[in-house]
Design a binder for this molecule. Structure first.
Ligand SMILES: [Zn+2]
Length: 280
């Protein structure tokens, strides 16, 4: 306690920025009306937590947009600062912005998904069931472009963001090229970790490329296998059917089948050019 007193005396004598009311408060403490140290700590942490910060993009009532919250340990009477839970959401929002998924997320929600046709109703209900099922860690939606698979996959990703999960968006066509180019460099581990370790990974248009090489299969396997072993959620869209995947790489197809369980759907056209769903 003497150390606190000494600090207060120094502050009183040398800190020219102290307001007169603060000075008065300090004098009271020095004159013996010293409030218990815990009370001082509480006051300091309350003051800190009451201040507004300058982080943008998400209004957080907990940290008031500072990203950190202060507290103290009532046993050791030590201050601590902890990261606020909103930082996870902020990082996700930033990644979404950087990934270019931002507009897509605004437009592609469950609410805005049209369900005029039977296959659309089914697709939506499967997607919603998937989100509600905590044991389900993977969903595969196959089929041609233009049938709504991007919309529904984005809506799923958006729901996870709302739940506070970190989401990484991966455009296979572009990101796989970047990742492969780093394959033998020391940065590879850091770069691929983002795709491996986020709570949710949305792989858009898996194997959308002219020629699927061994390096592509290896990359897809590395990411998907890691995510399965760590029980992380993976959303996969692709133009390929599961039977195509088996032909491309049996081991990888096996992992995807294992990952997605009953949530493997292909949207296909029948002879009358009507879309319908096919579970696999
Ligand atoms: Zn916060």
């Amino acid at each position: 306690m003497n150390q606190i007193k000494a600090t207060l005396i120094v502050a009183l004598e040398h800190n020219t920025e102290l307001s007169s009311s603060k000075k008065e408060e300090i004098r009271k403490i020095l004159n013996g009306n010293l409030p218990p140290y815990e009370e001082i700590l509480k006051k300091q942490t309350d003051e800190f937590n009451g201040e507004s910060g300058e982080l943008e993009g998400y209004e957080c009532p907990i940290c008031k947009n500072k990203g950190v919250i202060a507290g103290y340990d009532s046993k050791t009477l030590n201050h601590y600062f902890a990261e606020c839970s909103c930082m996870k959401i902020r990082r996700t929002l930033r990644r979404i912005r950087e990934s270019g998924l931002e507009n897509q997320l605004r437009n592609c929600t469950f609410k805005s998904f049209e369900t005029k046709e039977k296959f659309q109703k089914e697709l939506k209900s499967i997607a919603m069931e998937f989100i509600g099922n905590e044991d389900a860690k993977g969903i595969y939606i196959g089929g041609q472009t233009g049938c709504g698979k991007t919309h529904i996959c984005t809506a799923i990703a958006g729901q996870y963001i709302k739940q506070g999960k970190s989401v990484r968006y991966m455009t296979w066509r572009d990101d796989s090229v970047v990742l492969k180019s780093y394959a033998n460099s020391p940065e590879y581990h850091d770069i691929i970790s983002e795709f491996k370790q986020s709570d949710v990974l949305y792989i858009d248009d898996l194997f959308k490329q002219d020629e699927i090489k061994d390096a592509d299969k290896k990359l897809a396997f590395e990411i998907i296998d890691y995510r399965i072993r760590n029980r992380l959620i993976t959303i996969i869209s692709s133009e390929l059917y599961i039977s195509d995947l088996i032909e491309i790489d049996e081991a990888l197809a096996g992992r995807i089948i294992h990952l997605c369980g009953k949530y493997k759907i292909v949207i296909m056209r029948d002879r009358k050019k009507n879309y319908r769903l096919k579970g696999i």
